[in-house]
Design a protein around this ligand. Structure first.
Ligand code: CO
Length: 213
């Protein structure tokens, strides 16, 4: 099975290339020398949430960063490098944090099991629980609590993006940049906008607002 699947995906690529060229002989030539994506996508690494596919995007449309539970950890060099490049070089106009119901990372954060090194990554999600423990502890139904925790984690990552010096600096320079929080239903395919849309630092607590001289 494993080998068959491996051979199949190699074959799939050849067929995909042939199909693209058949429809448009210049397809890859146009993409060869630059990219101008409008969107930076920060999503979960979950195999069921493929960024481009669920929004009908094509190669060149979306700059993508994915990790376990779509986290924006401001000491994560990988995330910061992607964010800096997307905002300051590619000049994306939208950043979308897309999490999903049924997220294993969020599930792990609700529990207490020691898993391994990943405990230290999951800890950032536990912090989100602590910020919202009044709301979450009041939800009796475990599934509803889990779903809401997924949503709150996404919302918190939107805030965390707005707190970064990279995003605030772009706003200071009057660069058009807005941040959205989305949740994806792996069982429905449907995306829901959570309604946290930042396009300036005005909605951040004072303590996070940076002054640029
Ligand atoms: Co996930």
């Amino acid at each position: 099975m494993g080998k068959e699947f491996y051979e199949k995906i190699v074959r799939n690529n050849k067929e995909w290339v042939a199909d693209k060229l058949d429809k448009d002989p210049e397809y890859f030539k146009r993409l060869e020398h630059n990219q101008e994506p409008e969107i930076l996508w920060i999503g979960c690494a979950d195999s069921r949430v493929p960024a481009n596919e669920i929004i009908g995007a094509n190669p060149g449309d979306v700059f993508v960063h994915r990790n376990i539970a779509n986290m924006v950890v401001h000491t994560d060099m990988n995330m910061l490098s992607v964010l800096d490049y997307a905002v300051n070089v590619l000049k994306v106009r939208q950043i979308i944090v897309c999490g999903h119901y049924g997220c294993g990372g969020v599930k792990a954060a609700m529990g207490n099991a020691h898993i391994g090194l990943i405990d230290n990554w999951i800890r950032h999600i536990k912090d989100v629980y602590r910020f919202h423990n009044n709301e979450l502890d009041a939800i009796q139904d475990e599934q509803k609590k889990y779903d809401r925790f997924v949503e709150l984690n996404i919302i918190e990552q939107v805030y965390d993006l707005a707190k970064t010096s990279i995003v605030q600096n772009a706003w200071e320079k009057k660069q058009s940049l807005s941040i959205h929080g989305w949740v994806y239903g792996v069982g429905s395919g449907v995306i829901k906008d959570l309604g946290v849309n930042f396009s300036s630092d005005a909605d951040l607590s004072d303590v996070y607002q940076l002054e640029f001289k």
